[in-house]
Design a protein around this ligand. Structure first.
Ligand code: ADP
Length: 244
């Protein structure tokens, strides 16, 4: 028993070290990467008339690579700071929150010809508003992204029982095989290649951590070729020590 406890403490400590490493390295990489990206764009603007097509293509590849790396670093920072950030539990108005999330996804929705339907009424959640915004944004965005329907459609609904409020984000996308239903919540577990579906592979693991911090659970029900329903359940009453 004592040995198990010691191992648990050691594991927790090395996990914290890893999180700290991910935080510091991603934080420190931001500035040099911004510099590389800015100078490549300057080079493109200033020498456009002098360089041939190959040279311009190489510059574009470098700009694209820097932009992908910026997204990865942003997600790594987000992933490694979730447990560090102070959690501010309030009763979150979900109509208002979804309004903000959908405004921020407006461009993607227009680009993909996507539709989002909300099944009223939505119950307020006892949660941290910023974390919940990120959670909803990742899940709705995935519903439109991993989707090859003519009209990608996402439906949001909510149910409750005596202890939990459960939200469902359902899409008519490509779906997920049953055997991957838990793996997709692990960092960098991607089922599709980056060329067809760009992403960092951290979106769902960030969702998992957020729900964990809110003492909830997250899971998916899916049928390949038909669509997926992502669910998350949050307790109606949060433990005392986390209350704002
Ligand atoms: P990313 O941040 O790269 O989008 P995620 O962590 O959000 O990755 O998702 C992990 C993997 O789970 C994705 O690469 C994709 O294969 C699969 N996935 C996530 N959401 C959906 C969805 N709504 N429909 C089908 N597959 C999905």
């Amino acid at each position: 028993m004592e040995q198990i406890q010691r191992h648990t403490v050691e594991l927790q400590s090395s996990y914290k070290d890893l999180e700290m490493f991910a935080y510091i390295s991603s934080h420190d990489m931001q500035e040099p990467l911004r510099m590389i990206s800015n100078y490549m764009q300057l080079l493109r603007r200033k020498y456009e008339v002098k360089l041939d097509k190959d040279a311009m293509d190489y510059i574009d590849f470098a700009i694209k690579g820097a932009s992908n790396l910026q997204s990865l670093i942003k997600d790594l920072l987000s992933y490694s700071t979730i447990n560090k950030k102070e959690i501010n539990l309030v009763s979150v108005d979900m109509d208002e929150l979804l309004n903000d999330v959908l405004s921020s996804l407006q461009l993607l929705m227009e680009d993909r010809n996507a539709k989002v339907f909300i099944n009223e009424p939505l119950k307020p959640l006892m949660a941290d508003k910023n974390a919940l915004t990120q959670l909803m944004q990742n899940l709705i965005q995935n519903g439109m992204k991993y989707n090859i329907s003519e009209v990608p459609t996402v439906r949001i609904s909510c149910t409750e029982d005596s202890k939990f409020i459960t939200y469902c984000i359902q899409d008519n996308g490509i779906g997920i095989e049953k055997e991957y239903a838990t793996q997709i919540f692990e960092p960098f577990k991607r089922l599709h290649n980056k060329h067809n579906f760009p992403g960092t592979g951290l979106g769902l693991s960030i969702c998992g951590k957020i729900v964990d911090r809110l003492n909830g659970t997250i899971w998916v029900d899916s049928e390949p070729g038909v669509g997926s329903s992502f669910y998350f359940s949050i307790p109606k009453v949060q433990p005392e020590k986390q209350q704002a």
